[in-house]
Design a protein around this ligand. Structure first.
Ligand code: DP6
Length: 340
């Protein structure tokens, strides 16, 4: 028997991935950039085992047996064709995965989930593969997952090739480069999102005239500018681009037909509070960003963390359906507990 257990972190994009140019290979219409969060509060833990006694592949997600869907089958098929260990070509696998945070609530659970899975399968099937090579396989499970194979600040370069070999994740800067940046997770709702990302972005690709303008005219400059902001640890610039890109992504959702609404009134209140706070301070104190759901992630410099946490908790504090904010430090690397 071979068994590997790994944990992988969540990443939250500051330049959003939304739209596929090739659905089968999961190639994006635009590059994206994210920050990997600490695993203290949010991570996926996955165990992969291979044993002669297994007669079928099986998947247990948060203690419930799940069907092995198309993307997971593709990922498994990719590893089986890549492995140089003949005994693994037909071997059946058991996958057990848990998240320590709400699954499918717009909190990037597919990112950490597929990253952990691909990382674990990689250790078993292709132990010589590096994380960038693994990221091209993780991408086929869930696009944003490719970024969770690195810590710190990570770009997913959309790539130009037809086969997707150059559509992979690269580290822009390690976590240690900008160590006093924190992410506050404001859980507005832990419910499952109404429109899943995959279906939502397909509808956007099919119906939104704004999407290609965003992909071609807006995102390339933002990728360059936010990379500069990260390299120079320029929080004002980082915050400005992050908030603009979140709003641009949600604008494409609104431009989709029928429109997709991920933000709620509470999300919009948080946006208003952050702008009021930044204006009052005459500098960026916090930057909000929202994925495919109503929950806010606020990036702050550590010197401002307690102030922002107390404001958010005073205004929106723990009540039914809202868990206030918790803070999460950023993480350099996935924690790996390989047990072969
Ligand atoms: C809004 O990676 O979940 O979080 O590739 O179809 O699995 P699939 O989509 P997914 O989409 C994430 C979208 C986003 C933005 C981002 O993380 O960049």
């Amino acid at each position: 028997m071979k068994e590997v257990t790994v944990t992988a972190p969540v990443n939250i994009a500051v330049i959003k991935y939304w739209g596929k140019r090739n659905v089968k290979l999961n190639l994006p219409t635009n590059s994206s950039l994210s920050v990997t969060l600490s695993q203290d509060h949010m991570c996926s833990k996955t165990t992969v085992s291979v044993d002669d006694s297994y007669d079928t592949d099986s998947l247990f997600l948060n203690d419930e047996q799940n069907e092995i869907g198309g993307r997971l089958s593709n990922v498994l098929a990719a590893f089986r064709s890549l492995t140089e260990d003949a005994s693994l070509k037909d071997a059946k696998v058991k996958i057990t995965s848990t998240n320590n945070f709400p699954t499918a609530a717009g909190l990037a659970s597919s990112a950490s989930g597929f990253a952990a899975l691909v990382f674990a399968l990689g250790k078993v099937f292709v132990p010589t593969y590096n994380n960038s090579q693994l990221s091209t396989i993780a991408r086929q499970g869930s696009g944003s997952a490719c970024r969770s194979l690195f810590g710190g600040f990570v770009a997913w370069e959309k790539g130009e090739s037809e086969d997707g070999t150059d559509s992979s994740a690269v580290e822009v800067a390690p976590k240690s480069h900008w160590d006093d940046l924190d992410a506050l997770i404001c859980v507005v709702s832990a419910n499952k999102k109404a429109v899943a990302s995959t279906a939502g972005m397909q509808r956007t690709v099919e119906t939104s005239p704004y999407l290609m303008h965003r992909a071609e005219q807006v995102v390339p400059q933002r990728m360059a500018d936010i990379t500069d902001a990260i390299k120079n640890k320029d929080f004002d610039k980082f915050a400005d681009i992050t908030m603009r890109d979140s709003n641009s992504f949600h604008a494409t959702c609104l431009d989709t037909h029928p429109p997709i609404f991920y933000l709620t009134d509470v999300s919009r209140l948080i946006i208003g509070v952050v702008h009021a706070l930044n204006e009052a301070a005459g500098r960026a104190v916090a930057a909000y960003t929202f994925d495919a759901g109503p929950n806010a992630v606020l990036y702050v410099q550590r010197k401002d963390k307690d102030l922002v946490l107390s404001i958010v908790n005073d205004l929106f504090g723990p009540c039914e359906g809202a868990q206030g904010a918790s803070h999460s430090t950023l993480l350099h690397e996935a924690k790996i507990d390989v047990d072969l």
